[in-house]
Design a binder for this molecule. Structure first.
Ligand code: SAM
Length: 282
């Protein structure tokens, strides 16, 4: 597909061409990502792309498609290119200020659902707001306080709450490692920055170069936030729990030590890949 190419490109041609091209650049989920690109450019739902698969693209649409493809093969995540990421079946706005929501984080929502509806939730490090907004849209709590140390992340989270017409969230600018919180909650949720600073260089460039560093690492051994959660047990109402995303098997022994030393019970939940992903603390 070159600039000089005068061929008419239909939706189906671009999906077929792009799938081979992305695969040759080792991009997984090639077809799905192309569907996101074309859906975004043409403002069509996935199903409509196939119902209208013979529709040709205009020159302007082709130029946008070409620029998306070039950015993608240079390593930019597709969610940043289209400015949208899916979470629990809904679309959330994302920018370079927030972590791209990950499917494994949905486990926090699943556990909360299984445990039953609660009154109050505190979310630490809300980023795009995907967890806080989903908690309310799934009717899992009456009200949520969602915090972040990043003001630009909070601005995106507020936009996502508006986008999904959710009004029972109070967003607060707050540093969990420095500032106190005086209220108590039925559930405390967090996907904290848990990557050790020494592990950063081993991350895929897509993650390391595009997600905010403050969202990825605590700048230390990856356990700083868990130590702080263990010290903040008084945040929980009687019978309440913390649901904290974790980095995997390698963190489990250290987490057992941190929470058991603090006299708390720890249950580890695995994600769909069988990887330890959420610590439930009581
Ligand atoms: C891994 S991201 C999680 C974002 C979102 N909750 C999600 O699951 O997609 C961690 C978030 O914690 C925030 N954060 C980092 N340090 C913090 C601190 N000291 N206090 C509060 N939030 C912090 C980051 O800005 C980032 O938005």
């Amino acid at each position: 597909m070159t600039a000089a190419d005068s061929k008419i490109w239909r939706i189906i041609d671009l999906i077929k061409w792009g799938e081979d091209y992305f695969k040759s650049h080792n991009i997984p989920n090639a077809r799905r990502e192309l569907e996101w690109f074309l859906g975004n450019i043409l403002d069509l739902k996935r199903i409509d792309l196939y119902l209208q698969f013979e529709q040709p693209l205009s020159q302007a649409e082709l130029d946008t498609f070409r620029s998306f493809v070039l950015r993608r093969i240079k390593g930019e995540p597709f969610q940043h290119i289209i400015g949208i990421a899916p979470f629990y079946g809904r679309d959330f706005k994302v920018t370079e200020s927030v972590l791209v929501p990950r499917p494994e984080t949905e486990l926090i929502i699943e556990i909360l659902k299984k445990n039953g509806r609660v009154g109050s939730v505190l979310e630490i490090g809300t980023g795009s707001g995907c967890i806080a907004v989903t908690v309310l849209l799934e009717n899992l709590a009456d009200r949520v306080i969602a915090t972040d140390v990043s003001k630009s992340a909070l601005a995106i989270a507020r936009e996502n709450a508006e986008r999904h017409k959710v009004s029972q969230i109070s967003f607060r600018h707050h540093d969990f490692l420095q500032d106190d919180i005086s209220s108590t909650f039925d559930a405390v949720l967090s996907n904290p920055p848990y990557i050790g600073v020494s592990e950063l260089s081993g991350l895929q460039p897509e993650v390391r170069d595009h997600d905010p560093r403050q969202a990825l690492t605590d700048g230390a051994d990856g356990l700083t936030f868990y130590r702080q959660f263990a010290r903040r047990r008084a945040l929980l109402n009687e019978g309440g729990c913390m649901l904290l995303e974790i980095g995997g098997e390698h963190q489990v022994p250290a987490l057992e030590k941190i929470f058991q030393t603090a006299g708390l019970n720890l249950t580890i939940h695995n994600d769909l890949q069988g990887i330890p992903r959420v610590a439930e603390i009581r």
